[in-house]
Design a protein around this ligand. Sequence first.
Ligand code: HEM
Length: 237
Amino acid sequence: MKEALAKPGFLIATSTLGADLSYLLAVIFTVMFLFAWWQAKKGDGTRHHKLILVSMVSMVVYFIGYYYTRSLGVLSLEGKEGFGGPESIYNNVFIPILTTHLVLVTLGLILTPYMIIEGFRASKKVDGKWTLQTGVLKANPARFKRIYIWLLTIWAGLQVVLMAAGKSVGSMIAYFLIFLTIALVISIEKLVEKLLPEGDRRHRVLGRGTMVLFALILVTSTATYLLLYVFYPVRAA
Ligand code: HEM
């Protein structure tokens, strides 16, 4: 499978099949999300909700495939070997764009599940149609406490499993950081509730921000793809 994905791409010969596939899928999923924005703008909350869920599932499948092929940005982060251009372009153009892309993707990975959960909390199915509910939307403090206790229990359980399996201290630290990030994101919800108390307004404001983020992710991944395979390919066409 890995050999097949390393074959020349179908978009351009200087690319690889894996890079072309993952780029094309990234374009398709981003367009699906942006189309879901248009549906929400038209007031079609039900179609918006369905398309968001389908796009989300497809995105998760894509991400698994992306990290399996490791054919685009990740490969080029490992060193300059994946980039055929001059050192100055690599340092001053390619690396800043790739870093921005990875930061945006990380933000997207946090905001997308947050927005999906918020979407369910802020809207209600009325006569078979999903509609945003007006009014203050606040999580019960007891619920926050319960979530933190669950997180702590799962993390502690995982540490025991990792220790029993003789895993390195590095992997334990990595899991600690992942759980810490989740806990921090949950605590940010308290701040968000203060700044945007009404659930429907929160969904619209943060939802628009998330959609703009998706569009920027597409812009930066396109720039990365162009730099790697069109402007400065390693492999000859
Ligand atoms: C990644 C997740 C999501 C994002 C980024 C998102 C984004 C948005 C945006 C930007 C709007 C306002 C459109 C505008 O006026 O510009 C909106 C409206 C809405 N969203 Fe979402 N949404 C998400 C998930 C969900 C989910 C999971 C549901 C339902 C369970 C939902 C239900 C709604 C409804 C009912 C509206 C109102 C549509 C209307 O105006 O009638 N959203 N969303």
